[in-house]
Design a protein around this ligand. Structure first.
Ligand SMILES: Cc1cc2nc3c(=O)[nH]c(=O)nc-3n(C[C@H](O)[C@H](O)[C@H](O)COP(=O)(O)OP(=O)(O)OC[C@H]3O[C@@H](n4cnc5c(N)ncnc54)[C@H](O)[C@@H]3O)c2cc1C
Length: 497
């Protein structure tokens, strides 16, 4: 059971956005009564509020919504992530087809890929694509070792074998087998090859703040920063759920748990299903338009870096991963909630990355951070880690009036928008409110089966030995730590040098 850490490191996205909604409270006091309380103001909470508005606008039946956020608005993972709207277009295929079969694996991939046109349509509909620095294009997985290249190629070939060269996802992916061509495309020095596929990028914090502004202006949303929810009751005989906060109690008919890593604080059923995992990112100053594509470098199945460059006037590179440093002390990452701390050695690693890894880097060595170190230059963020690797999306079994979309396991950008669209009609039906699904959601695939929240899934997962799983993950990281690519001068944390 855990609430968000009160004093997290500062992220570039939050500091540079300078949003007027940062610590916004729609009213001085909390309302005594509402229809839906949304706990959490990240991407999940904002997308749910947006869909509740869009599903009911034609019927003029918008429910009263109250969003309660423990930190600043969007102060959790969404305000601290990599900004990559980057579907797993092929790389998870062997694992997923092994677990669920070729068709369900493809459904999972199609659901992620559908987020690219869905973002495009939504942002165009609202006229906010420029504001949130949205871009669609191609991304790459660059293999930095033969081992990584074998794994990436195998994923691509397995999917092609099962679904045909012209399958509707694989058609958009391609292999670059020639190292020189791969280096030119990826701008990554010494890469062996690359797989390229469609992806996007966005300023996640600005996206969430724009959605919340729109729903606050057009709809019935009361937004409350710095208001942690301490307890949520079951529905009583009159249909009311009591939500307790330090600023008073609220009665509501429905609660949406948009709390990601922190879901178990209010719903103990998830205490052995969702855990925290600390990661880190940096902002780096770069010449305008220097980085052409978003992408990732891979050394093995754990060690990677990933990056994008923001458009002008920001021009900043957002660089994450740094796993060749982190694997030396996996307890600082796995099952770790210390979002108020920096990783030992990572700021220096990030600053050395452009000159060390980027072909023809014209900037300074070491690179200049986009902001002062502790003011958004380098920061930590907590990813949620679901015990089976998939989010939990739906009505919470045995808790009438409670809904959840959480546990996105470090990969929410191409999953959350349409997951929130899935729970919206469930919420409205439970309230007896009339709705009309907007045309925007009609063409997109349904929620993949592995995301569905059922009693069976919860009971099955509660029987697993989570401690053993995470101990195994730590052992795995320590194996990677022995590899030469984790033992260069810049990859060893300062205390090990
Ligand atoms: C460092 C890092 C890098 C990442 N990079 C990427 C990436 O590049 N691409 C990608 O797809 N995904 C990435 N992710 C994952 C992605 O950020 C998440 O999947 C997504 O942001 C989750 O959104 P959310 O709204 O569910 O959770 P959050 O954004 O964490 O929102 C949950 C909110 O609930 C609030 N809250 C929790 N408990 C309470 C309570 N009791 N009362 C009130 N409020 C509460 C929290 O303060 C928080 O603001 C990354 C994550 C991290 C941490």
């Amino acid at each position: 059971m855990v609430l968000p850490n009160a004093n997290p490191t500062k992220s570039y996205w939050i500091e540079a956005a300078e949003s007027p909604l940062r610590v916004f409270r729609s009213t001085v006091d909390l309302p005594k009564e509402t229809d839906v309380v949304i706990v959490g103001s990240g991407y999940t909470g904002a997308a749910t509020a947006y869909w509740l508005h869009r599903f009911t606008e034609k019927n003029d039946s918008l429910p009263r919504m109250l969003m309660l956020e423990a930190r600043d608005i969007c102060g959790g993972a969404t305000g601290r992530n990599g900004g990559q709207l980057r579907p797993h277009a092929y790389s998870r295929y062997p694992k997923w087809s092994g677990l669920f079969g070729p068709d369900e694996a493809l459904n999972l991939i199609k659901h992620e890929m559908a987020h690219l046109p869905a973002f495009r349509e939504l942002l165009d509909h609202e006229g906010i694509a420029e504001e949130v620095c949205f871009r669609l294009g191609e991304t790459f997985d660059a293999a930095m070792t033969e081992k990584a290249w074998a794994r990436l190629k195998n994923a691509y070939m397995t999917m092609q074998r099962d679904h045909g060269e012209d399958g509707d996802v694989i058609r958009d992916c391609r292999l670059i087998d020639n190292p020189e061509v791969a280096e030119e495309f990826t701008q990554m020095k010494s890469c062996i090859g690359a797989v390229v596929h469609p992806a996007g990028q966005v300023w996640p914090y600005k996206f969430v703040h724009a959605l919340l502004r729109i729903v606050s202006q057009k709809g019935n949303l009361n937004l409350q920063a710095e208001t942690p929810v301490l307890e949520v009751s079951e529905r009583d005989a009159d249909g009311w759920i009591t939500v307790k906060t330090p600023r008073g109690d609220v009665q509501t008919k429905a609660v949406v748990h948009a709390t990601n890593r922190w879901a178990s604080h209010l719903l103990s059923d998830f205490s052995s299903l969702i855990f925290g995992c600390r990661e880190s990112l940096a902002s780096i100053k770069a010449p305008e338009g220097f980085i052409k594509h978003t992408g990732a470098q891979h050394w093995d199945h754990i060690v990677n870096n990933y990056h994008l460059q923001l458009p002008s006037p920001y021009n900043t590179i957002i660089l994450g991963g740094g796993k060749s440093v982190i694997v030396h002390n996996p307890r600082n990452s796995i099952l770790n909630d210390n979002e108020d701390r920096q990783f030992d050695g990572l700021p220096e690693f990030y600053q050395s990355w452009p000159a060390s890894d980027v072909a023809h880097w014209p900037g300074k060595d070491p690179a200049e951070l986009g902001r002062q170190l502790d003011e958004g230059g380098v920061w930590s963020g907590i990813e949620s880690s679901s015990i089976d690797g998939f989010p939990f999306v739906g009505a919470v079994p045995h808790h009438d009036g409670h809904f959840i979309a959480a546990g996105f396991t470090g990969h929410g950008m191409p999953r959350i928008l349409l997951s929130a669209a899935h729970i919206t009609p469930l919420i409205l039906s439970s309230l007896g409110i009339e709705f009309t699904p907007p045309a925007l959601v009609a063409p997109y695939p349904p929620l993949p089966k592995p995301f569905h929240l059922t009693s069976d899934r919860i009971e099955r997962l509660q029987k697993l030995d989570a401690k053993a799983k995470y101990e195994a993950d730590m052992k795995d990281a320590l194996e990677s730590a022995k590899e030469p690519f984790c033992n260069t001068e810049r990859s060893r944390p300062k205390m090990l040098r």
